[in-house]
Design a protein around this ligand. Sequence first.
Ligand code: SAM
Ligand code: SF4
Length: 316
Amino acid sequence: MIDKFDRKITYLRLSVTELCNLRCRYCMPEDGVCKKCHDDILTEDEMVRAVEAAAAVGVNKLRITGGEPLVKKNILSICERCAKVDGIDEVCITTNGTLLTEYAKPLRDAGVSRINVSLDTLDPDKNLYITRRNSLEDTMNGIRAAIDAGFKKVKINTVLIGGFNDDEIYNIASLTQQMPVDVRFIELMPMYNSGDFDKSAFVSCEKVVDTLTDAIPVFNDGVAKLYKLPNAIGNVGIISPISSHFCNECNRIRITADGKIKPCLHSDTEISIKGLNKDEMISAIKKAISEKPQWHGDLSYDERSKANRNMNQIGG
Ligand code: SAM
Ligand code: SF4
């Protein structure tokens, strides 16, 4: 379906849970979130139905996210069923990687074609600080497990945080020289409650380009500007939702674990699909696409996202 700003909506991000085994400071409160009762979250059948409804209006790419999708007990069944939906060409998953040693192979068998792993630092102490858990080794092992399971070009997503990991840009980028991975740096987004970061944490991804002086620009990939380091296997991308928004190319909608369609990540417009049949879901998705705003408005340390949710309750 094409929205009123001529954008073709082909990509759905489906959050399957708000829960997570980490507590990244920019994403989740330290105490976590209260587990919602079953009646307040989409059932597996409803999730699959929502994907069918989205496919019926032209969505062909699905990303499963969360919270942490791999803490969801029925994650393999959700992936397997979604991958079989007519019209869905690609099922991807975004994970913190900590459970991939167990799940990489079964995810591949379930029909997942791509994996993105979030990793903000290569320093164990900084990892403990940012995730409030000791998770670096598990995440690194998870990345290797995904590669061993046959996933091509596993993507590593790094939130660039001034004063925290901007001194690691080169080290993290050089993972593309050491293993078959792409690295994407993404600007820190000022969510409803994204941690105790001060203004200096919100740095532009141009800093990545300035740091990687020996990287050469390669083709751009949708929302990411891509570069390649010498002898690298994968590429390094920058995604700049704050300093250079890409709203005019936005092809996505989101569905939260509690069954709300979000036409825009940073808007509080939400349309509920909980309890709807497939035709009703199709109508709701069409309405959401028709209400998709032209852009997300200014975002900065002072101008927070209007989403009124933390990222674990949206899915990134
Ligand atoms: N738990 C999974 C993970 O960490 O990859 C999936 C869910 S997480 C909410 C999805 C993505 O959102 C992650 O790459 C995470 O780094 C990113 N994210 C969360 N809060 C963010 C923020 N305030 N600014 C930018 N990215 C954020
Ligand atoms: Fe969990 Fe992902 Fe949020 Fe970190 S970014 S707290 S891993 S949902």
